[in-house]
Design a protein around this ligand. Structure first.
Ligand code: GAP
Length: 445
């Protein structure tokens, strides 16, 4: 098995074992390329989303947040071009009946040839490509007719476009300003895969920045640098981040320019986020299809115009996968292999685990009291009294918990506890009554 597959297998297995990510509907054999986040995974994902929201919305006066619906008026997707053009070239193998994306044939076909049930030497017998629309369709209301077709949104962006004037007027914003949201998107991908990298249901964190035409290129560069800086701030290896500018054949139907931020996953350099110059394409099309003016009126300057949009669009699940892949290490410690997730402490699902060294002398009560105190201050902490201290450390290393705190005999004498650092393995003593502040200080650094 290739090294990248080994690492991915280890990650998938760790994610399940430790409650980060489970296959959806596993007891029924799993659903096609959808995944469920478990107790640790949801905290990691929430921390990613909070980091994004804080940087993109809370820390800025020129970006407003919204939460638009997944189901929208079907004309939205005609206007956006998705009904017409959000397609992938689908190719079916006549021999094995498997389906591939024509543009990813080299990637996807290799592992699947020779075709199932077609004998050892069989070759794929590929049919002609046809356009396959990636949007999931359903019906609104009790009658299933063409007139009641609605789509599960394939991107969150359109919710921001149709609300552009609502947000601008209600928040009294002036162009340039942005509209941000985090939410689910759905794509009926032909070849999903690589765990949570390409799935059929996923979460996006997108921001549409509305600017005066002519200033779009400048703003594009500003946002590209800002977004790259956010990825670096998550603590991943900066050498594994790079930019890729789309050539004319790669550009989406709405984009004048697009640059991807890529990460070197175990399966190669892949897109994590796209920065797009969408010009006035979307607002213009909504104006045309809805018959409503979408212009921005700058009465002070006596101008009216259809803004251009610079979009930043990152996949939350891909970011989680990047963090897991980047943090995963196997190390030799005292003759044993330890698996550790070196997640940045502020992103780690649990911040601390508290252990009584022995189950007597009042140590479990002190340890439990510390966990309660930390949790009251919204610092996720875990109590563990089972197994040797070494085993308890290993369990927390795998979960990415930055600090393990041991309550021992000395605690009863001077009120101090041992704090062991996940990455350096260094141990220091901290006054138990100051533990909460100590952790808060570390998280602020
Ligand atoms: N609004 C623009 C837009 O949707 P995109 O490049 O198609 O652009 C943005 O998607 C981001 O969403 C991608 O960079 C990726 O991180 C994430 N994404 C797209 N399709 C995905 C899928 N099938 N599974 C997981 N994440 C996906």
């Amino acid at each position: 098995m290739a090294q990248d597959e080994v690492i991915m297998d280890k990650l998938v297995s760790l994610a399940k074992r430790r409650g980060f990510i489970f296959q959806s509907s596993e007891i029924y054999g799993g659903a096609g390329s959808v995944w469920d986040y478990g107790p640790l995974g949801i905290e990691l994902k929430r921390n990613v989303k909070e980091s994004w929201w804080s940087r993109m919305v809370l820390q800025r006066e020129d970006v407003e947040g919204i939460d638009a619906s997944i189901l929208m008026h079907p004309r939205v997707w005609e206007a956006s071009g998705h009904v017409e053009g959000f397609t992938d070239p689908l190719i079916e193998c006549k021999a094995c009946k498997l389906r591939f994306r024509e543009d990813q044939l080299s990637e996807s076909a290799c592992g699947r040839k020779p075709s199932v049930g077609a004998g050892e030497d069989a070759q794929c017998e590929l049919g002609a490509p046809r356009k396959f629309n990636l949007m999931f369709r359903t019906f609104m209301g009790p009658v299933e007719t063409e007139g009641s077709v609605v789509y599960l949104r394939p991107e969150t962006a359109q919710g921001s476009y149709v609300n552009f004037l609502n947000v601008q007027a209600s928040a009294r914003q002036k162009v340039p300003f942005g509209v941000a949201q985090i939410g689910k998107a759905f794509r009926n991908e032909i070849t999903p895969g690589n765990f949570i990298f390409r799935t059929r249901e996923f979460e996006q964190a997108e921001m549409q920045f509305f600017v005066e035409p002519g200033t779009d290129e400048e703003w594009f560069d500003v946002w590209l640098e800002d977004r790259l800086e956010w990825h670096r701030s998550l603590g991943v290896d900066p050498e594994k981040l790079r930019l890729h500018e789309h050539g004319p054949d790669e550009l989406a139907h709405y984009a004048k320019k697009a640059v991807d931020i890529q990460y070197r996953f175990p399966f190669g350099w892949k897109e994590l986020e796209g920065i797009h110059n969408r010009t006035d394409f979307d607002l213009g099309r909504h104006e045309e299809f809805s018959g409503k003016r979408m212009e921005y009126i700058d009465s002070g300057a006596g101008k009216r115009f259809l803004p251009f949009v610079v979009e930043t669009a990152v996949g939350v699940d891909r970011t989680v996968l990047m963090l897991l892949a980047d943090a995963y290490r196997e190390e030799e410690v005292e003759g044993e292999t330890r698996v550790v997730l070196s997640l940045a402490p502020r992103l780690a699902p649990l911040k601390a685990a508290v252990f009584p060294l022995v189950k007597k002398d009042g140590l479990p009560e002190i340890a439990r009291g510390l966990v309660e105190e930390l949790r009251r201050d919204a610092i996720p902490a875990f109590y563990d009294a089972s197994g040797s201290i070494g085993r308890r450390y290993r369990r927390q290393d795998e979960a990415g918990t930055p600090w393990c705190i041991t309550v021992d005999g000395q605690t009863n004498e001077d009120g101090s506890v041992t704090v062991r650092d996940r990455d350096t393995l260094e141990q220091i003593r901290v006054d138990a009554s100051k533990l909460r502040e100590w952790i808060r200080d570390q998280l602020a650094n």
